[in-house]
Design a protein around this ligand. Structure first.
Ligand SMILES: [Zn+2]
Ligand SMILES: [Zn+2]
Length: 221
């Protein structure tokens, strides 16, 4: 019986890649199509906005991190490039799959597959037995694992919006209090009674200062 050091984890193994690592690779691959869909859903949230459609008129930058979603979905999904940031960050999802699928396709002289997440993944899952025999299996396992981890992190659903009461601050229009802030969202303070009242952080601070000043003046006229 041969004893190897597993190419991926370096534990002793009867095969070049141990049973556990082989299963890990297969598991990561099987989850890829679903992760890709989750990533596309995240893009929908970026485009459509997550706060009741109001973001269409909003001038604020997208939430931090959402740019990563677009980058990972690759050039076709990217918004117009305004700076050099598309050169950095994670390798786009399909490009990574495609390059590994190509290695398999060429190595085993198979017909090429379509550049789509399902056939690309199928090409890899269908030949795990061959992949785990190759010298580069550790690189393969690591890159796929990293892709899975990155997408899982990015597509974690944001927690449900909640209201935070800004006690002590009255609406400048109806004079009722307290105003509320919706979390998470771009920063804004809203009145529960006047739909038109939405203050950004700066205007909110000015309002707080003005009301504090009024309160002082009322005490010391
Ligand atoms: Zn192993
Ligand atoms: Zn109001």
């Amino acid at each position: 019986m041969n004893v190897y050091e597993c190419l991926v984890c370096a534990e002793q193994s009867e095969t070049r890649t141990c049973f556990a690592c082989r299963n890990g690779i297969r598991g990561d691959l099987l989850g890829l199509p679903e992760l890709y869909r989750a990533l596309e859903d995240s893009r929908q949230r970026v485009r459509g906005g997550g706060s009741g459609g109001r973001s269409a008129t909003r001038l604020h930058a997208p939430l931090p991190g959402r740019e990563d979603v677009l980058n990972l979905l690759g050039p076709a999904a990217r918004q117009p490039v305004t700076d050099g940031r598309d050169q950095t960050g994670a390798v786009p999802f399909l490009a990574l799959l495609e390059s590994w699928a190509e290695v398999v396709t060429e190595g085993l002289r198979l017909p090429p597959v379509r550049r789509h997440v399902t056939p690309l993944t199928a090409r890899l899952t269908g030949h795990v037995a061959w992949i785990v025999e190759q010298d580069w299996v550790a690189d393969f396992a690591e890159e796929i694992r990293e892709l899975v981890r990155t997408v899982e992190r990015m597509t974690a659903m944001p927690s449900k919006p909640t209201r935070e009461f800004l006690t002590g601050v009255r609406c400048p229009t109806c004079d009722r209090d307290p105003m509320v802030r919706i979390v998470p969202s771009d920063w804004s303070a809203e009145c529960r009674f006047c739909p038109s009242v939405r203050l950004d952080e700066r205007d909110y601070r000015l309002l707080v200062e003005a009301q504090a000043r009024d309160a002082r003046d009322a005490v010391n006229p």
